[in-house]
Ligand binder design. Sequence first.
Ligand code: T4K
Length: 367
Amino acid sequence: MDINKEKIFVTRPSLPDLDEFYEKLKQIWESKWITNNGQFHEIFENELTEYLGVKYVSLFANGTLALMTALQTLRITGEVITTPYSFVATTHALYWNRIKPVFCDVEPDGNINPRKIESLITQETTAILPVHVYGNPANVDEIQKIADTYGLRVIYDAAHAFGVSKNENSILNYGDLSVLSFHATKPFNTIEGGAIVCHDKKTKERIDFLKNFGFADEVTVVAPGINAKMNELQAAYGILQLKDFDNQVKKRKNITELYRNLLTNIKGVRVLSEMKGVTHNYAHFPIFIEKDYPLSRDKLYEKLRENNIYARRYFYPLISNLPIYSSLSSAKKNNLPIANSIAEEVISLPIYPDLSEDKVRFIVSLI
Ligand code: T4K
């Protein structure tokens, strides 16, 4: 293999065994039940609930619809304190609900800084929407304290946090709701897909009504719901994916350790370390290119591309700097110094279970 000619992407989806998927497809074909709470939907929901160690899971067609529905579930209105250091879907979900995003600065690891939240609370604030960035848990205890003091709801964008736990408790058990994404680029994928995790049966029922137009039964519509249902093909694919997830995490952990070892002595390259008490999913490997590195972040990014390494700048540009959001008063750069600086420094290096040791060594040799 000529490593220099092959494109190496930031991620590659893990796919289920084709024969096993075909077997499942045959069952779907025979049943002629292809969406709307089919047999695989039910099995997948139950298996996920058990695997993740949570009370209730509601499957969705994708993570963005799940975020939008989570906000509707709790009737969130007014202003929501959130992070600009995320994928655009986090803020867009607020926008689609006519909620005003209020941007809060982050810590150097990219997670929302709880010490900056309190001063952003106004009479209009109803909730906090943090992200577990790169699957590293946000400061859930401090966030909950603030939410309890001020009577706010907490919805976590847990798009990156599949399988992550803190002190042996799933990170999805924190806050009022957590939202997962199962997009092809995520550590666990159903091609497109997502879920809301909640902690009681009534909320689960409401979420299930909302994702199915608001139907409680054939003639009763209890809410102006949306169509956000996961179909049977996605669910069958997900059941197969779940069987191999632990194995995939192990492979990504090895790659993470190799990157960390090889990158330790490179001046100007900051790497995030393992968090105490946290079981990680190793879905991302961001590095931060600081001032004392000989090249700018973008020069290094270009150099990697010239060598067929398609790393990405997750998350750049910062959401608060996009023209659609930059006129908000909370979007001012001097309110968000850390978020602005890490967005200018970050490069997400390739990481996926089948990435070979040779390729990792090649990437690091370029850096
Ligand atoms: N919240 C957060 C924090 C999120 O990160 C996301 C999604 C969401 C919410 C929303 O959840 P979803 O509605 O998506 O379920 C990608 C994904 O489209 C997006 O799902 C993801 N975050 C985001 C971080 O990344 P792009 O535009 O960077 O993806 P794209 O198409 O450039 O793909 C990146 C690389 O992945 C490619 O260079 C190669 C590889 N790839 C991609 C696909 C689609 C493959 O190898 N095969 C594939 O099929 O947004």
